[in-house]
Design a protein around this ligand. Structure first.
Ligand code: OSB
Ligand code: MG
Length: 371
């Protein structure tokens, strides 16, 4: 397919409520929406690099730069036969995975549309509905947290994840466990602890947590293996896993027993599928993480999570859990049984609402072959 035009949009979406983690408080989410036009078809993707380099070293600005100066010129005007062909052209770029994943997603959408199949089918997914959970930020009091947990359980969410930070951890887990003894519960530290904090994790080790997500250093694999050795509760790595190679290292070292897959963090759907398949061959369950995506990124997440080794419920919640107005129609909803439908229409399977997209766009730039 001849890549005729590519457009970048820096979007800024206001969250329904501030999202607090050990990395700070977010009131808005900034991402890049990427549109690719080719032979009458349009592909959409979302780069999840954020406004700040607190979760990942990438930001909207670094992603914009690398997309504009490297990834886009590599494919603009080319007649691509497949997504793989683009990935080969991009191979010389090191890192910048979130930038690459956004453009790769737009190509996946476009190629799926050209074959008249859903993105889920194109990626090799088989589930018609996926199991979903919700990620709850740090709250000002344990009472407010319990109230939120109760509300989300009533909406149907199959599991609860809470953010933790030093001093705001064990007592929150105990409080939730005493009110909701049997729910699927997990915690996410976003790298807020050190190995010397092991006692904190021991105190939660009998609370039947499904997993402890990324307790130690954001790039660490080695110390997590020391921590995992001392705990019954599975560790799950998020920030530390950027590739299939990291996944292999983490599994061989027993640094974690579960992997969180976010296509942005690992450079796209293609790498995500490799990680998914490798984990499946090693009996390691995976689940789909989230980056507070708009409906465009969410559609990709839902499609990827339809692959069969996404065994645990994902951080893929209803559009309304994040934003008052999504930029796609229909917006994503969660059924009372805690599942979400996988779109079956071609590509991402949802329509981009141009009016809503325009309203959240703070900057845009278009690149075309030029005649
Ligand atoms: O660590 O999983 C994380 C959001 C932004 C950055 C990192 C993380 C998160 C979440 C939210 O936990 C997941 C979601 O999109 O619902
Ligand atoms: Mg996480």
């Amino acid at each position: 397919m001849k890549i005729e035009q590519i457009e970048l949009r820096h979007v800024k979406l206001e969250l329904i409520a501030p999202f607090e983690t050990s990395m700070g408080i977010e009131t808005h989410e900034e991402h890049i929406i990427i549109r690719v036009d080719s032979e009458g078809l349009t592909g959409w993707g979302e780069s999840v690099a954020e406004g700040t380099p607190f979760y990942s070293s990438e930001t909207v600005q670094t992603a914009w730069h690398v997309l504009k100066d490297f990834f886009i010129p590599d494919i603009l005007g080319k007649d691509l036969k497949s997504v793989d062909e683009a990935i080969e052209l991009w191979e010389r770029v090191r890192g910048h995975r979130m930038a690459k994943a956004g453009l790769e997603a737009a190509l996946w959408d476009m190629f799926a549309k050209s074959k008249n199949i859903s993105l889920s089918t194109a990626l090799g997914g088989s589930r018609k509905r996926i199991d979903v959970g919700v990620s709850i930020g740090l709250q000002s009091t344990p009472e407010i947290l319990l109230h939120k947990v109760e509300g989300y359980l009533k909406e149907g969410y199959q599991r609860i994840k809470i953010k933790i930070a030093p001093g705001r951890d064990v007592q929150l887990v105990k409080a939730i466990r005493s009110s909701f003894p049997d729910i699927l519960l997990q915690v996410d530290a976003n790298s807020a602890y050190e190995l010397s904090d092991i006692e904190t994790f021991r105190l939660m080790d009998d609370d039947r947590l499904s997993l402890i997500e990324q307790p130690l250093g954001y790039d660490d694999i080695y110390e997590h293996s020391k921590l995992q050795r001392e705990l019954k509760t599975p560790i799950c790595l998020d920030e530390s896993i950027h590739s299939l190679a990291d996944t292999k290292a983490a599994i061989e070292l027993d640094s974690c027993r579960i992997i969180n897959i976010k296509p942005g963090r690992v450079g796209g759907f293609t790498e995500s599928i490799k990680i998914h398949d490798y984990c499946k061959s090693k009996n390691i369950p995976v689940w789909h993480g989230g980056m507070l995506e708009s409906g465009i990124g969410r559609a990709g997440n839902v499609a990827l999570a339809s692959l069969d080794n996404f065994i645990l419920p994902g951080d893929i919640s209803a559009s309304s859990r994040y934003y008052t107005q999504d930029i796609v129609d229909p917006s994503f909803v969660v059924a009372m049984d805690g599942t979400m439908e996988v779109p079956i229409l071609p590509g991402i399977g949802v329509q981009v609402n141009m009016k809503h997209l325009d309203a959240v766009t703070v900057r845009s730039e278009s690149f075309s072959t030029g005649l």
